[in-house]
Design a protein around this ligand. Structure first.
Ligand SMILES: [Zn+2]
Ligand SMILES: [Zn+2]
Length: 104
């Protein structure tokens, strides 16, 4: 008898409140979590690992790094603005602060 068992990742959306993606500018970045399940015959049975939540943009299909390394990097347009509300730096091409949503 041959059993098909293994650990498979399962992507789950943590909430339905999309945030603006700094990369593409679309409000399609959802808080997502990748949990790992022990599966048997492709049926997830036991959750073996609970992932850390992160922002995943459905426009670019890649994770959005908010408030970590990318924010302080060289802005796209060559100029940057400082948010009046949270004092963080963002690209001046944005109409709204990508960190807190304050209008620029
Ligand atoms: Zn995006
Ligand atoms: Zn801000």
């Amino acid at each position: 008898m041959f059993l098909i068992a293994g650990v498979q990742p399962k992507t789950r959306r943590v909430n339905d409140h999309p945030q603006r993606c700094p990369a593409c500018g679309l409000t399609q970045a959802y808080t997502t979590r990748v949990d790992h399940y022990l599966s048997l015959f492709f049926i997830p049975l036991i959750r073996v690992r609970r992932g850390e939540p992160f922002l995943l943009c459905e426009g670019c299909q890649r994770p959005v790094d908010v408030g970590r390394t990318t924010v302080q990097e060289v802005p796209l347009s060559g100029t940057s603005s400082v948010c009046v509300a949270c004092k963080r730096v963002f690209d001046s091409s944005f109409n709204y602060c990508p960190h807190c949503g304050q209008r620029a």
